[in-house]
Design a protein around this ligand. Sequence first.
Ligand code: ZN
Ligand code: ZN
Ligand code: FE
Length: 752
Amino acid sequence: MEGAGERVREFVSRLEKDKPRRAVIRSIECSYLEANGYDRFEIRESEDEGGKSVLILPDIATCADCVQEIFDPSNRRFGYPFTNCTNCGPRFSIIESLPYDRGNTSMKAFAMCPECEREYHDPLDRRFHAQPNACPRCGPQVAFWDAEGEVLARRSEALLAAAGVIREGKILALKGVGGFQLMVDARSDAAVQRLRARKCRAAKPFAVMYPSLEMAREECELSEGEEGLLVSAAGPIVLLRGKIGHMGQMGISASVAPDNPWIGVMLPYSPLHYLLMTELGFPVVATSGNLSDEPICIDEREVLERLGGIADFYLVHDRAIVRHMDDSIARMVLGREQILRRARGYAPFPVHQTGELPTILAVGAHMKTSIALSVGTEVFISQHIGDLEAAEALAAFRRTAADLPRLYDAIPKAVGCDLHPDYLSTQYAAELAWPRYPVQHHYAHVLACMAENELAAPALGVAWDGTGMGTDGTVWGGEFLRVTGEGFERVAHLRQFRLPGGDTAAKEPRRAALGLLYAIFGEGLWDEGNGLSGGFQQGEVRLLRQMLERKINAPLTSSAGRLFDAVASLIGLRQRAGFEGQAAMDLEFAVDPEVTGVYQFGIGSGMPRVIDWEPMILEILEDVRRNPDIRGTAARFHNTLAEMMVRVAEIAGEEMVVLTGGCFQNRTLTELAVRRLKESGFEVYWHQRVPPNDGGIALGQIMGAVEEMRRERDVNDLRDISRDARAVAAGEIYLEGAQNLKPERGADSDNQ
Ligand code: ZN
Ligand code: ZN
Ligand code: FE
């Protein structure tokens, strides 16, 4: 930029003022040089070297200007499903490598036509340097396939045909931004049921896409914050309450989210979705294109194989998806956003830290996994990967673990992982060449929440979830950890009980109930049938009894998640769960917010203190026997848990309390705990940008590994100092002392 001082200054000030809406300027560096005869402003091609610390943007929902263009018959992009501009469009899902130029994205397969080229080079155009810029003449196109992959229609006919089959109640697999979605008419019970049967997903709620904000507003309660989330650039699935009571009475089928007052709602976020949804004019189920637990399918070559038994028809396109990106899930808690599944629209935005971090790769846990990478002062968190049980998920996990460091040109110095040796993520970490730092599961949860809130120790962490391996080898899950800055101290935990059948118990709340009752009544349980419910068969009871008495396949756990399950079973809400956490959700949804009472509980005096739920369970059993009031019991149970947190926080005496772990996906529990802890004078923090579940754990593993590395360094420094001190004390000349140290150091390095 060359010119009179006045104009140069104006240019610099307008850089910030007039930048594109989505642009973020991290820093501007200016220096004045001799005039060189430049006569215009240029943006140069990025050079291939230099640090790749550039932020990669997530995929951005279609902006209002682009939406207007695709519905304007006089516009050259009328009806074009891949319209985008510098303010919107795909980013992370199409980037192959940095720097972010078209040649490094999957758009490199499409040469821009002269008109697109002109827009791309015109600084006054909305598409100036929009890397995925495209139009009907030069860009990607859609095609409509039958179940065998035969092309039935192309371009606008393909879109119309796709809308047609959804109208007929068929299952459409649509290649979207970050992968395939399965779509059916959300109003049709038969269509939704068929999708459930084919996807092997009996009960887990489906998300719904409404054609417009207005239509969503007609059927769902929308606070200002929720509306903001829905129309945000991230465009996540937002959990909303239905307006007209039961879902079946609304426009959509009750099978969309059985027994659930919340509906996951999203709006169209790509031009393809806008065109299809406007053509349809009614809400559709839009769920990840996969068999349950597998990662979302991204490639039309493999889609016939993977979704073959599920989809009736396909709407595909020829813009390659570089990495899978599920739809994110978010909700409002206490007036703030909380992300429950972090993928499209959020990943790979980093969590910023004040100090420089060593470069560390963290591989997460086992369920709902994501991966994290620290570079400088940023921790980049990958998109949601899923449960590592399925072979497909493991492959996606490995791809992502290799992808992140490559993208940011970072060579990790260490790898953070879980303490559990059987997690496939831990086993993957063991294959890597870098030093490995296992971080206890619940400690990682607490560190993640502290990191996202930029808190420094000390703090009390309440880490409640399903399961995680403890430092004593038992299954933890109802933990109170004091974080000291040099590790943690287990201040308190829920009383342990045995889970007959181990992992099976997560799917059968009645087993957790049995373990709980056995802990209270011991052998007496079998004689009187003390509250023994759950509809067990005679043979089953015999088997479970053996497990408990002989302590075979009945691990001890302090899990809060399993306590929820047990109570849901005892009050008759659910004996078998279609997915982990379903019983806890039933219990939450049953809460009568008017009921303020609490149950008794005990707190031991040892260290760690044991929080005894026995008095509470006895009262609950009494309630069930005398006057069954499920809504009241559910409320008192939640209230009691919040009181437990207050009591332990008072004993621990830390000012800051951090709430983390899968149990805090329970909005009622989170709100109660925050309110009661605040009333008692504590500063309370919870998750917002990083999920409270295991999707956030990789961030905590990074922080845990950093701490461990710092401690090792300190210990090494101390060792050196004490050796030197010994040398001086022994009256040796300092130099000789230093020489004496050498052989030992040499021996150390030989061992490495
Ligand atoms: Zn746009
Ligand atoms: Zn074009
Ligand atoms: Fe967890």
